[in-house]
Design a protein around this ligand. Structure first.
Ligand SMILES: [Zn+2]
Length: 57
């Protein structure tokens, strides 16, 4: 088990996954990590479980 920082509740947790990459035109972007409870609460899915092709919406 890997403990990582959960961006959403602001503490370390188990099974934290990358859920979003913030892309900004200027300045550094950011990556948001969420633990399972935060993902469930906010309806977030880990990025690696999402299809890479986002064009067909
Ligand atoms: Zn969390």
């Amino acid at each position: 088990m890997t403990r990582r920082w959960c961006t959403f509740h602001g503490d370390y947790a188990e099974d934290v996954e990358l859920v979003r990459i913030i892309e900004t035109g200027t300045g550094p972007g950011g990556m948001l990590y969420a633990c399972p409870p935060c993902r469930q609460e906010r309806g977030l899915a880990p990025l690696m479980d999402q299809p890479a092709d986002e064009d067909d919406q």
